[in-house]
Design a protein around this ligand. Structure first.
Ligand code: GLN
Length: 269
């Protein structure tokens, strides 16, 4: 199924006869299988169904998104996800990973995060979930971790390999450790996203299944970095070299929650 906007999806589901035995619950179909969620946690997709007495009820599905909580802006990502219509939970252990429908990998230091993923026993479980289609979003170090190949990394740095890209760590050089730029980001609306880059990577090469969502604009400040790829998507895996969680603009998180919501469905009995 493609991505439908809320009203198209609601209209589609209204045409189907839906019987809810328990109108306080709805079902979210995530990569891990089906989960029955209380309606208090389901309030996104605006879907109408019938209750067992024939009355119309309104239930909505809200995906549970984990935020990898080993390092980085966990609180800021969680806030942005909640505002974007998801339930955000921290993930530090494999059993916590098993309960989420999607995962955000925040910025930090990719070499350290790689080591912590091994220490916390999360590296292989995350690889397995990604291989099974779990939606994921990585910002900065998260983008590095999701990539197939990293340049200027540490030789023992582990890759999750969910994005067919080659990324270069600290690509913008020492002089421009951190900078900000207004970027056109495909899928995030018409006006530019104010992007904060902190010792950021860029995507040096992207495979043919990878959609380029943003490049560094041609400004005097950008210099040689102009045109470098800084946001990509491959299926339900999204990555940005910048940190949208720091600006209070939730459009990138909304884009991600939209990807994670593709499988939201009502329990049909
Ligand atoms: N330079 C860091 C790394 O290599 C990324 C920086 C960040 O996440 N802000 O992982």
């Amino acid at each position: 199924m493609g991505i439908l906007d809320g009203s198209t999806r609601a209209a589609e589901l209204q045409r189907r006869p839906v019987r809810m035995l328990d109108p306080r619950r709805c079902r979210f179909r995530g990569a891990a299988g089906f989960a029955v969620l209380p309606v208090s946690r389901c309030c996104r997709s605006d879907v109408l169904g019938n209750d067992e007495f024939g009355g119309r009820i309104r239930v909505n599905a809200r995906p549970t998104i984990g935020v990898l909580a080993l390092q980085g802006d966990v609180r800021e990502h969680s806030g942005a996800l909640e505002r974007a219509g998801a339930t955000a939970v921290p993930v530090r252990r494999p059993d916590e990973l098993a309960r989420v429908d999607g995962l955000v990998l925040p910025g930090g230091e990719s070499t350290t995060m790689s080591r912590l993923l091994v220490t916390f026993g999360l590296l292989e479980p995350i690889r397995e979930r990604l291989a099974a289609g779990m939606p994921a979003y990585g910002s900065c170090a998260g983008m590095i971790l999701l990539a197939r190949t990293v340049l200027d990394g540490r030789p023992d740095q582990e890759q999750l390999g969910a994005l067919d890209v080659v990324v270069r760590r600290n690509a913008f050089g020492r002089q421009v450790d951190s900078f900000e730029a207004d970027l056109a980001v495909a899928g995030a609306g018409d006006h530019p996203v104010h992007a904060v880059f902190i010792r950021a990577p860029w995507v040096e090469k992207a495979g043919e299944d990878v959609e380029v969502l943003a490049r560094v604009p041609h400004t005097a400040e950008a210099g040689d970095a102009a045109d470098r790829i800084v946001a990509v998507r491959q299926g339900r895996v999204l990555a940005t070299a910048f940190h949208p969680e720091l600006t209070g603009d939730d459009r990138v998180h909304r884009l991600f929650v939209g990807l994670a919501e593709e499988d939201v469905d009502l329990e049909e009995r």
